[in-house]
Design a protein. Structure first.
Length: 153
């Protein structure tokens, strides 16, 4: 059973459908992943994400190997593993080269979202006041300026 439209109804439906497709295509550049835009070849870009913890006293402690074990609010330490908390498409490994086929901006946005998620889902970590990221990026074979950002807890 299909949709039975009049000739005018079909024309309006087609105009709305193809008009929305044109709007999606025309605004692809406004999205970090350029979704709905034409992309014949993906970017040959990579990023490396280094994450540290800003502690209560303001010092910064690097997260080495994607694992950290802070003291919990109740006293005993609680281990956290980045790779168990963060899943694809976000960078699942820290201090490792990660491909960025949809662009550096998109991959940095995914890393920021992952940091925000980890910060919000580690209530047992009472030592960390913020997660700090340092992103080294290469866009199409050319290094670009490092990108730094911080997500408070």
């Amino acid at each position: 059973m299909g949709l039975d439209l009049t000739t005018r109804g079909r024309a309006v439906f087609c105009a709305l459908f193809f008009g929305s497709e044109i709007v999606l295509f025309a605004t692809a550049g406004l999205r970090t992943d350029r979704s709905y835009g034409f992309r014949m070849f993906p970017e040959a870009s990579t990023i490396t994400v280094h994450v540290s913890r800003r502690l209560r006293d303001g010092s910064v402690a690097p997260i080495v190997g994607g694992t950290w074990t802070p003291r919990g609010c109740d006293g005993p330490p609680h281990p956290f593993v980045w790779g168990k908390m963060v899943r694809f498409p976000a960078p699942g490994k820290l201090d490792a080269l990660v491909g960025a086929p949809y662009g550096v901006d998109n991959e940095v946005q995914r890393a920021h979202d992952a940091l925000a998620w980890v910060a919000a889902h580690t209530p047992e970590d009472c030592e960390t006041r913020a997660l700090v990221a340092h992103v080294e990026a290469v866009r199409n074979g050319r290094p670009i300026a490092p990108i730094d950002f911080e997500v408070p807890r």
